[in-house]
Design a protein around this ligand. Structure first.
Ligand code: URA
Length: 436
């Protein structure tokens, strides 16, 4: 006899699993294990997983189901093991935002504190940039390392930022691509298990999450972001990986740049002791959490930033992956300024508008096979709360392809507001809350 999905040797029938979730049932552990494994093997069809993802999207999952789903996704692939390293490991994951270049200064700062940082990152899709796209703006730098090279670099330099191999959580790779085309991305159980399965499989000893809240983030409101953070912190604890989360403001871009080479330049400014105050503050807050999570309570990340040790690690980290940290960064061939139309105070500057503008200028991609322009993006000359005068530049747009300026300007049209001088901007704190 054949079931809906093949020979009788399969333990369950995908249709029964979908129907159970459709009818608000709770899936038992063996069914969850089976459906993830069978989907990875191609036995559960894409359309069946799409239906199940929608049922989960509409009806949710219990904490037990979430924990088991995450564990089954981890078990769908390899799990790296850094226990042979001479130092503890810690990693950071950000849910993604505009101008979020924090990984670049953070990894060398934490490594300079004696904690190894295995950062497996991705390329960007849509309006938030990917860490690998930013680093690829550095002449010669390569994202692809095999596991042995990664381990050697972690031992030697203490930090590695590279592309995640295909062996980690392959179930998530398939499922995330499917969710993207079936309107099932924005679902807390599915996002939490997707992120945490990859981070736990990556083998880090402890984890710090930067959960962004606001227009430029996945999570537009605080309650949703808090629920996501709490769910991920619990998954980390269940898997024996101490995890904390910071909920941070993504109503306005981080720092003064959005775009690949522009963000590398700003990160190097931070490592040289300068850089925008918000980037420095968030980098150090996350570094303190990572260092503490790895049990190093004896060292202050601000010290290794101030005395140049973090910059030394940065240069070694870039060289170890073929890059030249001293080479000039690419500059876009064309620039256009956006001028303040009136005197006053910059009351708001919307992260999503700036992210979409940077993307349209060529800094991001619409499809995963698209190339990105290293020099493209938006440079900000004012931040919310700052005084502006009529005719002053508010932003400079950068691109190699000037026909893109009009569409970028369209995105920015209602993306900022100027209030009369003396007015105060309504600002959320940069670090809103800690969960863990
Ligand atoms: N990032 C991920 O890795 N997975 C999600 O589901 C959402 C964001």
């Amino acid at each position: 006899m054949l079931g809906h999905d093949g020979p009788v040797s399969e333990a369950f029938d995908a249709v029964d699993v979908i129907a159970a979730k459709r009818d608000r049932g709770e899936l038992p552990d063996p069914q969850i294990d089976w459906v993830i494994d069978a989907y990875t093997r191609g036995v559960v069809a894409e359309e069946q997983m799409a239906a199940l993802a929608m049922a989960i999207y509409l009806n949710g999952m219990t904490p037990r189901e979430i924990a088991r789903w995450c564990d089954a996704m981890i078990r769908s692939g390899e799990r790296l093991d850094f226990s042979g390293l001479s130092r503890p490991t810690s990693d950071k994951h950000s849910t993604g935002g505009v101008g979020d270049k924090i990984t670049l200064p953070l990894a060398p700062i934490v490594a300079a504190c004696g904690v190894a940082v295995p950062q497996l990152s991705g390329r960007g899709l849509g309006h938030t940039g990917g860490t690998l796209d930013k680093l690829e703006a550095i002449p010669g730098w390569r994202a692809d390392l095999d596991n042995d090279a990664m381990m050697r670099q972690l031992d030697d330099v203490g930090a590695v930022i590279c592309a995640a191999g295909t062996g980690l959580a392959p179930a998530d790779k398939k499922l995330y691509a499917l969710r993207d085309v079936t309107a099932t991305v924005s679902c807390v159980p599915l996002i939490a298990t997707s992120i945490m399965s990859k981070k736990i499989a990556e083998g880090t000893g402890s984890l710090v999450l930067d959960v962004k809240v606001g227009s430029g983030a996945f999570m537009k409101d605080l309650d949703q972001a808090r629920e996501l953070a709490t769910t991920m912190v619990r998954l980390g604890a269940d898997a024996g990986v101490p995890t904390v989360a910071l909920l941070t403001n993504m109503q306005t871009p981080l720092g003064l740049t959005a775009g690949n080479a522009l963000e590398v330049r700003e990160s190097v400014e931070v490592l040289a002791g300068g850089g925008p105050p918000d980037v420095v503050e968030l980098t150090l807050a996350l570094a303190r959490e990572m260092v503490a999570g790895a049990g190093r309570h004896d060292i202050d990340p601000a010290e290794v930033l101030a005395d140049g040790r973090a910059m030394d690690v940065w240069k070694r980290m870039i060289r170890a992956q073929g890059g030249d940290p001293d080479a000039p960064l690419p500059v876009a061939r064309h620039q256009q300024q956006v001028l303040a139309p009136t005197d006053g105070v910059l009351a708001s500057l919307d992260a999503l508008a700036v992210g979409v503008a940077a993307w349209r200028l060529g800094a991001g991609r619409a499809r995963k096979e698209d190339p990105v322009q290293a020099g493209a993006g938006v440079e900000l000359h004012a931040k919310p709360g700052g005084a502006v005068r009529r005719g002053d530049p508010l932003m400079t747009l950068h691109t190699d392809t000037p026909e893109r300026f009009d569409r970028a300007l369209e995105a920015l049209e209602s993306g900022y507001s100027i209030a009369p001088a003396g007015a105060t901007a309504d600002l959320l704190p940069l670090i809103i809350e800690r969960v863990g």
